[in-house]
Design a protein around this ligand. Sequence first.
Ligand code: UD1
Length: 424
Amino acid sequence: MEKLVIQGGRRLSGTVKASGSKNSALPLMAASLLGDSGEIKLSRIPDLKDIRTFRKLLDYLGAATSYSDNNLSISTSDIRCARAPYELVKQMRASIYVLGPLLARFGRASVSLPGGCAFGPRPIDLHLMAMEKLGACVTIEKGFIEARAQGARLKGATIDFPITTVGATGNTLMAAVLAEGKTTIRNAAVEPEIATLCRFLNAMGGDIRGIGTTTLEISGVESLNAAEFTNIFDRIEAATLLTAGAITGSSITVTDVDPTHLAAVLGKFEETGCKIITDSGAVTLQSPDTLTRTDVIANPFPLFPTDMQAQWIALMTQAEGTSHVIDKIYHERFNHIPELNRLGAHIEIRNNEATVRGPGKLTGTTVMSTDLRASASLVLAGLVAEGVTEVFRIYHLDRGYERIEQKLNSLGAVITRESYQEFA
Ligand code: UD1
C-alpha cells in the first residue's frame, strides 16, 4: 500500500491547475452507454482510480475504450451485456449510474447492489422509484437490482423527488432521454455535474429543457449518437487546493476553475478573512493573519457542498474561536474527526454536529484515510502540523485527486509518496 509523508509547516505560494471533475466525468461515461453508433470523445477526464474502475466496467459491458492525456474515447456499439457485477460495483458506488442507461437502451439491466459504505447509509430507493415510474419492473434478486422495461421502451412520466438527489436525478435523466414521450423531473438536483450531464445528452441528440433548474423536461428520442464533449473543472478539487492555501496562511492561485460553481465556498473563505480575487477561470486566495471561525452547513448546490465539509473542519482547527459544522446530505460523514484529533485538533461530535475549537497546534503523527474527502482533510491538516504526518491508505485519496502531492509540492509543500506494508 502507499502512504503520503508530509513535512508540515511550509508556506505555499504560486499557481496550480484544477483537473477535470470526477463527479461529472463518471455520469458522462455512464451516458456514453446510450449511444449506439460512432465514437464518443470526452476531454478533460481526470486520471483517477474511479475513472479507471468505471472504464473497466464499460469494458466489461463490451465497450471499446481508450484513454490518453485526459481524453477518453468510448465506443458502445458492441455492448453485449447489461449486467454490472459485484466485483466492479463494490469498488465504486457511482456504478449505479449504469442502471438508467442500460435499461433505456436494452430494456433490461442487472446491477449489483453497491454494498457497504464508509459514511452512513446511502440508499438507492429513489433511483429505483424513478425507474418504476418510467415503466420498469424492478426487483432485488440475489444482491442484484433486476430492472426490465415492460414494453419495447420505457415510458415518459412525471417524477417528483421528495429530496434533492444528484445520483437519482442523473440516473433518471439517462433513462428518460430514450423513453417514449415526455418526462418531467421535479425537484431535480441543480449541481453543475447534472447540468453538464444534460448538455452532454443534448449533444448526443437528446432533448432536455430547463437545464440548471429544479424542473427538467425531457422529450424522449429514439436513439442517441456519438458526440465530442469537454468535461467541467473539478470544483471540489479546486476548493481543496484553496483550503491548502488558507490553512497554511498562504496566498495561492488556482486556475482552470469555474468560480460560479464555487460561490458558496468562496463566500465562506471571505467570512474567515481570506481575500478572494476571481478572474475568468482562476481564483486567488490571500490568507489573513488570523483566520476567523466560520460555521458551515453542507446542503445541496448552490449551498456549501458535502464534499468540502471534511476539508472545512481541518481548516477550522486553525481559526480563532469555535465553529460548528453540520452535514445535511450525509449526517454521519465524520470519519475524519477522530484522525484529526489524533493530530491534536479539538473537535467534538454531538447530534451530528461537529464543534471545532481553534486555533490549536497540530503535531504530525500517522493517520488513516477512511474515505475520499476525509483523506483530503488529513492531508490539509498535515500541511500545517508540526513535524511529519503520514497518511496511510491513500488509495481513497487516489480515487478523486489527480497527482495531489505533485500539485501541492509545486506550491512549496514537501510531500512524498512511499510504499508500506500493513500489519496483517
Ligand atoms: C452526494 C452529493 C454530491 C456528492 C456525492 C459524493 C448532494 C445533493 N449530493 O451525491 O454532491 O458529490 O454525494 O460525496 O450534495 N438519497 C436517498 N435515496 C436515494 C438517493 C439518495 O434517500 O435513492 C439521499 C441520500 O442518502 C442523501 C441525499 O439523498 O442523504 C442526497 O443523495 P445523492 O445526491 O443522491 O447522493 P450522491 O449522488 O452520492
